[in-house]
Design a protein around this ligand. Sequence first.
Ligand SMILES: [Fe+2]
Length: 368
Amino acid sequence: MAHLEAYKHISPDSGYPVTLHPAFNSKIANHVPPEQIRQHLEVDKDRASFADPNKEALLKVARKIDLAESIGSVLENVQLSQLDSKQLDELALLVTERGVVFFRDQDLTTEKQVELFQHFGILDRHPAQKDQKHVVIKGSTQDHRQIANYTPWPSGDFHADTSFEINPPSYSMLRMEEHPPVGGDTAWLSQYGLYDALSDAMKKHVDGLHAVHTSRLQYDTILDLWGAGPNRPPIDTHHPAVRTHPVSALKALNVNLGFVTGFAELKKKESDYLLQFFEHHLHSADDHAVRWKWEVGSVAMWDNRCTVHRVIPGFYTAGSRKGIRTTVFGEKPYFDPNSESREERLNRELAASKTKVNGNHATSEIPA
Ligand SMILES: [Fe+2]
């Protein structure tokens, strides 16, 4: 952290660093990104749309264990490297339903991971990613609570990967190549569940809003803290605060704490307080969370359109962490006011099945 520009400017009164406006931080002011801001991309139909709804080819070889009711499953007895295209489509469908799917003891190499992931779409590149096809994810030993004093991006908080893009990623995959025996877990939250956890009045309010997703804060932090040069200029994008998932057709909350700075339709203080509420909402959602303990050879594949995630900060005293991440472009987020939430669909299906059973005089219900 000592290499942050702020540490060159110490207050004579407090003895602590004085933060600089980015225009006067030479690392930020002098950087000229080599690439242009991206334009809207029309992506192919999601591979999950082609899958057998029962996922028979995949579940014939893999044993599925759900980790929490709302989110997260493990697939056992299967090597990703052996899945055929039909099984990969079914895996994508499972990921859109469960949010994140985990594997242990995988034999994937980086080359094979890249090849496999191209099945799901066009490979995306993180703004700090130099390799064309994958990005290396390491564990940060920095005190994220203190870093936040001197560089603006809340890097340790819940986010959907690069949600500021016009076409944010649909799927991401992270495969761990090095990992200590303890520390560096990742937590995911279900955005289907977080939407359902709102009151009806709040749902109506948020349904009509656009969240401001920005890469500006990350841009400054990449330059000053990471010492790397972002490929692209910073971008602000207004995405629906509630989005409709293109495969499940379910509503999912589209607010995250890593990249969302406010709501386009609201006045500043209204926006600030709503975002503050969402900070509480996300951080108190134990019933819509799953936490994964990594090992070397573990893999997670998640859907950024219906989940957010964060690495649980660790000290990494027992060793380093190195993962290989691949992502693919998703569609431009949209909101269909006629789409339903996961809970609404469950209730509707439950009511329909009861009507059907009662209609057949197979059972009768006695009101309690
Ligand atoms: Fe991430």
